[in-house]
Design a protein around this ligand. Structure first.
Ligand code: 2AM
Ligand code: CA
Length: 258
């Protein structure tokens, strides 16, 4: 497992070279709509990772953002977002995650999230702790009142906008301040690394949070959906993630927003 983990990290680091050396012209196209964009690099990085990862573990299935799922009923499944934060990537905002999770019978066993611009490699194996560039990381013990609150706007679902901003407004009033990074995988890693205390988003796909959720848990945090139920990795989910000291407070605040 340790050897496999290192090989996954190596593959993700190589994928980072592709992202970092992207042309000015990224070949931007609309996917489902005006706010849902994709570049030719999303597909290229996914193809690179699919080939590399399946060569490491040929019996695994593969679930990625950019293509059809491949044998996701298998015991082992890679769950991959080749570029998390595509809009940041297009705009030149250096907050982008290459996210690779490895699930075993529906439970995350390994998580790797790499920001190729800051050269930060967040990693975790179940039961072995969480790391950034090889150094152990852990959540803070701050209550929300002393915390930074990350959130995502689920912008692909305009009907969730009012709810997202209502919760964000409450967090703005109840914590030190709010931040919106634009890459769910890194929101989770930032809470894991103690750069903030909580994160929520009303609707995400498994590839956005698979790796980051394990990294956060291994750093001592708690992540559930916004009702407090365990995350699922086979369909969309809302996300409520926090250090252990403020997770219940976050759930209560969300429930208080209706
Ligand atoms: P992306 O950059 O890979 O598209 C921003 O709020 C977060 O939502 C990002 O992590 C973004 O990932 C993710 N996201 C992208 N497409 C989505 C979709 N259709 N539904 C929900 N979340 C999405
Ligand atoms: Ca993506």
């Amino acid at each position: 497992m340790e050897q496999l983990h290192q090989s996954i990290i190596d593959a993700v680091r190589e994928a980072g070279v592709i992202v970092r050396s992207a042309d000015e012209d990224k070949g931007v196209k609309e996917k489902s709509g005006h706010q849902d964009l994709v570049t030719r690099y999303d597909g290229a990085v996914q193809r690179f990772l699919e080939e590399r990862l399946l060569s490491l573990l040929p019996e695994a299935g593969f679930l990625g953002e950019e293509d059809a799922p491949n044998h996701t009923e298998r015991e082992w499944v890679f769950i991959v977002d080749p570029i998390d934060g595509t809009t940041n990537f297009i705009k030149g905002i250096p907050i982008v995650g290459i996210s690779v999770g490895l699930a075993h019978n529906g439970q995350m066993e390994q998580g790797v999230v790499y920001n190729p611009y800051t050269d930060e490699m967040f990693t975790a194996r179940r039961g072995h702790g969480a790391f950034c560039n090889g150094k152990p990381i852990s959540v803070t013990s701050n209550p929300l009142a002393d915390g930074i609150s990350f959130f995502g706007t689920s912008l692909y679902y305009p009907e969730l906008g009012d709810r997202s901003f209502a919760i964000a407004k409450k967090l703005f009033e109840s914590s030190l301040d709010v931040r919106r990074l634009g890459a769910a995988s890194l929101d989770l890693c930032y809470v894991a690394a103690g750069r903030g205390e909580c994160y929520f988003e009303c609707s995400l796909f498994p590839w956005d949070y698979a790796a980051g959720s394990l990294i956060l848990e291994e750093a001592g945090g708690i992540v559930t959906d916004m009702t407090g139920a365990p995350l699922r990795y086979d369909r969309k989910c809302s996300l409520a993630a926090a250090n252990a000291a403020s997770h219940q407070q976050l759930l209560d605040l969300i429930a208080g927003c209706g």
